[in-house]
Design a protein around this ligand. Structure first.
Ligand code: 13P
Ligand code: SF4
Length: 301
């Protein structure tokens, strides 16, 4: 922790000087999550909290689509992301042109897009969802068929919980697609009694082997509520590190996969972002209103 002291002190001072807050996703490293963040959570919580920020500057310690969502929901604020290259394989898997083709192939079928998409893709959709509210969003539309884009596995996992027919796309999270059912079986053998929680971006065969599935915030709440003796979170590596800090009595089995995009954010580049005002996230005015409508419609569900 002493290694981080200088950056943490500087960031805390800069936040006061610049009237800034740091929103950090659950996959940020512990020195960010526990050391400098003002607001932490899953994608849904970060979106909800972004609306309420009164400070002048929001530093988004997470990936680009999260910073865009914050800017859409609170457009008067300066939103900074410490590294513009912090992307997401799901966001990269689909374009507005793809959505236009899907709409032509499925006339009248509403489009639900995961928040892990660009603002331009959000603008081309009817409503957004996160892994924390996907089922409720799909069912809020009152129809029997929905295009659910772009995460094929999230769509397949939600399809298990609803009667609505979900037409999926072929996008995958490069982190969660790596888990296999065999990983779960091996871990259960090596760690008897372990409770296995899987993020819904994992393939459905993996979720089927798990005891429970939910968004990062839902997994964190599960550990707090149920206090399993041993737990395995099938998700990004920092998640267990962050949750474990608050639960010293729970044993965390830690095979995990790193998200190279989330890991582009560091204390050093958060400090630089606050010092220099870079990199500012802006939304193309041609898509901003429609993208905002899709996200706000989700928050109203
Ligand atoms: P959550 O909304 O569950 O935090 O997920 C975001 C994400 O990027 C998962 O890979
Ligand atoms: Fe995207 Fe997967 Fe990384 Fe989340 S973990 S930001 S879904 S690549």
């Amino acid at each position: 922790w002493m290694l981080f002291e200088d950056d943490i002190e500087a960031i805390l001072r800069l936040k006061r000087e610049k009237n800034a807050v740091i929103l950090a996703h659950n996959y940020q490293t512990p020195e960010i999550f526990h050391g400098v963040a003002d607001i932490v959570g899953d994608s849904l919580a970060l979106a909800r909290k972004a609306v309420e920020v009164e400070a002048d500057v929001i530093v988004l310690a997470g990936v680009h689509f999260m910073a865009e969502t914050a800017k859409l929901l609170n457009p008067g604020k300066t939103v900074l992301i410490p590294d513009m290259g912090a992307g997401c394989s799901l966001a990269d898997s689909i374009t507005p042109e793809d959505i236009a083709l899907l709409r032509a192939a499925h006339p009248g079928v509403p489009v639900v897009t995961y928040v892990n998409t660009s603002a331009a893709v959000k603008a081309a959709s009817d409503i957004c969802c996160t892994s924390g509210n996907a089922k409720q969003v799909v069912e809020s539309l009152g129809v029997d068929k929905v295009l659910m884009l772009p995460d094929e596995y999230l769509a397949q996992n939600v399809a298990q919980q609803t009667d609505v027919e979900l037409i999926a796309w072929k996008g995958h999270c490069e982190v969660h697609e790596l888990f296999t059912p065999q990983d779960v079986r091996s871990m259960r053998e090596a760690y008897p009694g372990v409770t296995v929680l899987a993020h819904p971006e994992c393939p459905p065969e993996v979720v089927a082997e798990a005891d429970f599935s939910g968004s990062t915030a839902v997994m964190s709440d599960f550990v707090g509520d149920k206090k399993p003796a041993r737990v395995l979170l099938l998700t990004e590596c920092s998640m267990s590190d962050n949750v474990a800090v608050n639960h010293p009595d729970v044993e965390f089995v830690r095979p995990c996969n790193l998200c190279p995009h989330m890991k582009k954010i560091s204390l050093a580049n958060i400090r630089t972002a606050l010092e220099t005002g870079q990199h500012e996230v802006t939304i193309d005015p041609a898509v901003a209103d429609d993208a905002r409508r899709a996200v706000e419609r989700m928050l109203a569900v």
